[in-house]
Design a protein around this ligand. Structure first.
Ligand SMILES: Cc1ncc(COP(=O)(O)O)c(C=O)c1O
Length: 373
């Protein structure tokens, strides 16, 4: 069989399973834009939780930095690609998280790969929550460590896996990206302390918490691409760990440094996040969330519809009402749990949220099981 025929066969199998994906351009800024056919839509599926991708101070900082340092860094950080803005951003991130040091990566994905591969080896047991993100799963695979997957937020299961381990890492998201539920932070930290395990927490979606106590052997993985409105990732924690990552994490060492403009954007966004304006934006986001899904703690509202076809139909139905929420299908979520992953942003207007709510109410009336608990 030729490679071309093989690729066509593989693509056919994905199509037959109802899992074919295409890129859809949204021409706009923030949640509003037009599709290629000219239809105006409001997106309810982005991770720009605070609307900082379009904040004037964030855009201005990126423009200034591009003017001063150019469009790209030109090389890896450890060669000649490090600019003062990289170090400034790392210091600001460490201070924000209340830890000694932070290290930038070109994405949150690269940060998870970096931390797990730098710390894992065949003598290490990595325990990973079964709903962790693909970047954590791939980090575990690449780490050459033994890997044990524990049932979702099941601390008894985790504890039992740790009994026989001498050196262990426990890795979890703080807010799970596809379900919007949260990990029990204090209890996780407690299990790790008792068992002497290192805790790695991915806070990618933790815009509204939960709070992570940074004391002890905890490494925080973060992204600049969601609430901080830019692109890039970081690992933050005690100096010995971060210094080791700087010398060992291959996804940090062997790649070009983040563009200075993206660092400057993230730094300006961080200033907003830590200001009274940031508090007001989070308040607005919480109010939107309380309207759409009262009692939930993260601005991710899963509408689980089961099979691919039903999910795509629901997505098209929303699109006909000007609401863009693409269907999420395997391998992003387990088979049979296809969903609309509705996300909210402080950038949404009250009217847009009311429109979403009316549409979701109609969906939930026809499919009551899809209403999140
Ligand atoms: C939990 C989690 N970790 C890491 C990432 C990767 O972050 P980035 O988009 O910065 O690569 C994502 C992205 O969706 C995520 O949901």
């Amino acid at each position: 069989m030729t490679w071309r025929a093989w690729a066509e066969d593989e693509a056919c199998a994905i199509r037959r399973a109802g899992r074919w994906r295409t890129v859809r351009d949204l021409d706009g800024r923030g949640p509003r834009g037009t599709l290629a056919d000219g239809r105006p839509v409001v997106s309810f599926a982005s991770n720009d939780y605070l609307g900082l991708t379009s904040h004037p101070a964030v855009i201005a900082a990126a423009q200034d930095a591009a003017g001063r340092w150019g469009a790209g860094a030109g090389s890896a950080r450890l060669i000649t690609g490090s600019r003062p803005i990289h170090s400034r951003l790392e210091s600001a991130l460490a201070e924000w998280k209340g830890v000694e040091q932070a290290l930038l990566f070109s994405s949150g994905f690269a940060a998870n790969l970096g931390v797990l591969t730098a710390l894992g080896d065949p003598d290490v047991l990595v325990c990973s929550d079964e709903r962790n993100h693909a970047s954590i799963i791939d980090g575990c695979r690449l780490a050459r460590a033994r890997v044990a997957v524990y049932r979702h937020v099941d601390l008894d299961h985790l504890d039992s896996l740790l009994t026989a381990a001498e050196r262990a890492i426990v890795v979890s998201e703080t807010v799970f990206s596809m379900d919007g539920d949260t990990a029990p932070m204090a209890e996780l930290a407690d299990v790790c302390r008792r068992r002497g395990a290192l805790l790695v927490l991915d806070e990618a979606h933790g815009v509204l918490g939960p709070y992570v106590d940074p004391s002890g052997d905890v490494l925080l993985v973060g992204t600049l691409s969601k609430a901080l409105g830019s692109v890039g990732g970081f690992v933050a924690g005690p100096a010995p760990f971060v210094e080791l990552l700087r010398n060992r994490a291959r996804s940090f060492i062997f790649t070009t440094a983040m563009p200075p403009a993206d660092c400057a954007a993230a730094l300006a966004a961080l200033c907003v996040v830590r200001s009274a304006e940031g508090e007001a934006l989070r308040g607005r986001l919480r109010r939107h969330l309380e309207l759409v899904a009262p009692g939930r703690r993260a601005p991710i509202v899963p509408v689980v519809l089961g099979e691919e076809e039903r999910t795509l139909e629901a997505s098209e139905w929303l699109l006909a009402r000007g609401l863009l929420v693409p269907g999420i299908r395997p391998p992003t979520v387990p088979p049979g749990s296809c969903r609309l992953r509705v996300t909210l942003s402080a950038a949404h207007t009250d009217e847009e949220v009311s429109r979403l709510l009316a549409a979701l109410d109609a969906l939930w009336t026809s499919q009551p099981n899809a209403r999140p608990a």
